[in-house]
Write a protein that binds this ligand. Structure first.
Ligand code: TXA
Ligand code: MG
Length: 321
């Protein structure tokens, strides 16, 4: 089992010196757990891809403590990028900008652009401070799987990697990944929906485009099937739910309406507010996988505004075949 370490000064120092020596460590952020390594160490970056079994074309996010460090990673700090930084950092917003030439292309999946974000979680910030430089970190799940929102999720995904350190910052309070905004186009393009909503970005920047996912997506990590549980999973509107549960095998059902369901199914109640739903989503998908049921049915939230947009995007990908 990977080693889960409590959050204290000693363990932050231990992890930071491992990172400086080229190791990969897992750590809490406010969105999901990340698997981080020194952005400037090409072989450490290679180790992240290998550990996750991630296609090497899928670029990573560089995590930074502050704007000065961000400027070592990316160039082209336009007025609109500065506006987003002052309004949303530290926090769940990732910017895509031209890659600084000092950054190895491997840290950006070979692209000339790079994603950069300053996380708000105290554990992530202590680690970045102790490392003294940027940490490239994808979500700490196996490629394509459900992102981890607790240290125990990471430890169980990397059960056989006994030397992997997992810094335990408790359950992630946001629970879904950061919003990714590409500032390299004439108009800002949202490459991944997240906790920072389209409404908020529009308020800050004016009109933004939202990328529609395709296999040729400019954000290679936006493949349609993603965030997927192991069991077959389907979405159902409230009206479709009873027909979908009337026949077929026992299902783990993520639902927030109070309707009764047949007792051969396992009911997993979800919060009715968007922030609460997001915070519980991945943990609940993992519980559904472990429930002993043969399939997952997810009641489609009726609302689409605010954080629900990002939630519905995740649900569509998790249930895409
Ligand atoms: O909340 C988060 O962003 C978490 C935590 C750990 O910070 N990280 C995360 O990383 O979700 P990852 O690697 O799982 O997702 C990064 C997304 C992918 O969809 C990737 O394709 C996209 O950002 N991305 C990264 N760099 C890019 C670039 N240069 N151009 C376009 N898309 C990029
Ligand atoms: Mg990911």
């Amino acid at each position: 089992m990977a080693a889960v370490l409590p959050y204290n000064d000693e363990n932050i120092e231990l992890a930071a010196s491992s990172v400086r020596a080229g190791a990969v460590v897992a750590f809490a952020t406010e969105t999901v757990y990340g698997l981080g390594a020194d952005t400037f160490n090409e072989s450490a970056i290679g180790a992240i891809y290998q550990l996750k079994d991630r296609p090497t074309r899928n670029p990573l996010i560089a995590h930074v403590i502050d704007l000065a460090t961000a400027k070592r990673v990316a160039e082209g700090w336009s007025r609109r990028s500065m506006k987003l930084v002052s309004a949303c950092w530290p926090g769940p917003l990732t910017l895509i900008l031209p890659r600084h030439r000092a950054v190895p292309p491997a840290a950006a999946g070979g692209l000339d652009t790079i994603a950069v974000r300053s996380p708000g979680h105290p554990l992530a910030r202590s680690l970045l401070y102790a490392v003294g430089g940027p940490l490239s970190a994808p979500s700490a799940n196996r490629s394509g799987g459900v992102s981890p929102t607790t240290a125990q999720h990471v430890a169980s995904d990397y059960r056989e990697h006994t030397d992997l350190m997992v810094l335990d910052g408790g359950p992630c309070n946001l629970g879904i990944e950061s919003t990714v905004v590409d500032l390299c186009e004439s108009r800002p393009v949202v490459r991944r929906l997240g906790v920072v909503t389209i409404e908020r970005l529009t308020e800050l920047l004016g009109p933004v485009e939202v990328e529609t996912p395709t296999e040729q997506s400019a954000s290679p990590g936006s493949a349609m099937r993603h965030y997927a549980p192991r069991l077959p999973a389907a979405l159902a509107t409230h009206d479709e739910l009873s027909a979908m549960l009337a026949t077929g095998t026992p299902a783990a059902v993520l639902m927030f309406s109070e309707s009764d369901i047949d007792p051969r199914h396992t009911r997993l109640d979800m919060p009715g507010d968007g922030d609460g739903y997001a915070a519980r989503l991945y943990e609940t998908l993992r519980r559904a996988d472990a429930s002993g049921c043969e399939r997952i049915v997810i009641e489609l939230p009726p609302q689409h505004h605010g954080v629900w947009g990002a939630i519905i995007d995740r649900l569509r990908r998790a249930t895409s075949v």
